[in-house]
Design a protein around this ligand. Structure first.
Ligand SMILES: *Cc1c(COP(=O)(O)O)cnc(C)c1O
Length: 358
């Protein structure tokens, strides 16, 4: 199997080896030390401020999105949210469910937000901003500097879903005044799904501690309190947290977050340069490093291309759903992948093109 989806992705041999071991009991000093190291390395890679904190939730990424909405906002807030794809829309649904007043910004397909768009919302009393930095569903990386400037000048609490941009695109939580950053285990962290991570600035910790959300499992106050000693309120995904530790150490030893961003960026560039000549078009005015959205121009359905690759070549790419089902599929650049793997994919594309299947 060769997996070019955007999660779960391929894991390194050492991360997989941990998955084959017995899962240890976790209320121990040894496991606490692992969790504290996880926190330290995540803070380092997110470029978070000294007093920032990290909590680990046993859920998919959406759990952290919901926890952020519930713990950071109340019906007294007024939130701006970018609804540019299925993940942006998920934030909108969460705001609806939790009764937080909001305004949704709807960029055109494949487009980001502009200074002009944001200017309309200056001095309008907004208190929060939600964005999926890489809107993975369409492959658009929003301009975080623009968003950060807007939030800073309006004193707006900025929450960033970096689930597919963490370790892939440059990010400096402190410099960008991001208050909450979310990520997950199954994207560029290249571990199995099941753990969501929330990085909170000092200001965010204070906000969370003063809030009383109606939830037990997603109450970040108790998660923060427990993580002070490297523990979680409930049984955590112990095995995955050990795999995350291995992976974080590997990234650190290989030069840290900047090297990892560059490695993934180079793979994305390598792939994008080699698809010229194939009937595939990239529609995005701001590509993230994690994924390339592709529109077939030869009359073959995008979903059929996904199916043929899976069934005939043992290669997985990411199909799109809904109205984009036949128009777009995506190729991810995250996980334990090499240039050779991309050569294999490109060869399969050429083969399919010869057979009229692309
Ligand atoms: C993958 C992803 C998520 C989380 O999805 P889950 O299936 O809940 O893990 C959220 N936001 C973005 C931008 C993503 O890429």
């Amino acid at each position: 199997m060769l997996n070019f989806t955007v999660g779960p992705v391929m894991s390194s041999a050492s991360v997989r080896a941990i998955g084959a071991e017995q899962v240890p009991y976790f209320r121990t000093a040894e496991f606490s030390a692992v969790m504290l190291e996880n926190e330290k390395l995540i803070k380092k890679f997110a470029k978070a401020e000294e007093n920032a904190r990290v909590v680990f939730l046993t859920s998919s990424g959406t759990g952290a999105m919901e926890a952020a909405v519930m713990n950071c906002f109340t019906p007294k807030d007024k939130v701006l949210v970018i609804d540019g794809g299925s993940f942006g829309h998920r934030f909108v649904e969460l705001l609806e469910i939790h009764g937080v007043p909001y305004t949704a910004i709807h960029p055109e397909f494949g487009q980001g937000v502009t200074e002009e768009t944001l200017r309309q919302y200056d001095d309008k009393g907004y208190t929060g901003f939600l964005v999926n930095l890489d809107e993975t569903s369409v492959g658009v990386l929003y301009d975080i500097r623009l968003i950060s400037d807007f939030c800073t000048r309006n004193h707006i609490f900025l929450v960033v879903d970096s689930i597919s941009s963490f370790l892939c695109d440059e990010f400096d939580m402190k410099a960008l005044h991001v208050q909450v950053m979310i990520t997950g285990s199954q994207k560029a962290l290249a571990c199995p799904p099941g753990v969501a991570l929330v990085v909170l600035s000092e200001e965010a910790v204070e906000r969370v501690n003063n809030n009383r959300p109606r939830t037990m499992y997603f109450d970040l106050k108790s998660a923060l309190k427990n993580q002070e000693r490297g523990q979680t309120p409930f049984t955590c995904a112990v095995g995955i947290l050990l795999q995350i530790n291995r992976r974080l150490r590997e990234i650190d030893a290989a030069g840290g977050v900047d090297s990892e961003v560059q490695r993934i960026g180079n793979l994305a560039k390598y792939f994008r340069e080699r698809i010229s000549g194939l009937p595939l078009q990239i529609i995005s005015d701001s590509l993230p490093n994690a994924v390339t959205p592709l529109t077939p121009t030869g009359g073959v359905s995008a979903f059929d291309i996904f199916t043929t690759l899976k069934n005939e070549y043992g290669i997985w790419v990411c199909p799109n759903g809904g109205e984009l089902r036949d128009k777009v599929f995506r190729v991810g650049h995250i996980g334990a992948l090499t240039e050779n793997d991309f050569d294999t994919l490109i060869e399969a594309f050429h083969d399919m093109h010869r057979l009229g299947l692309l």
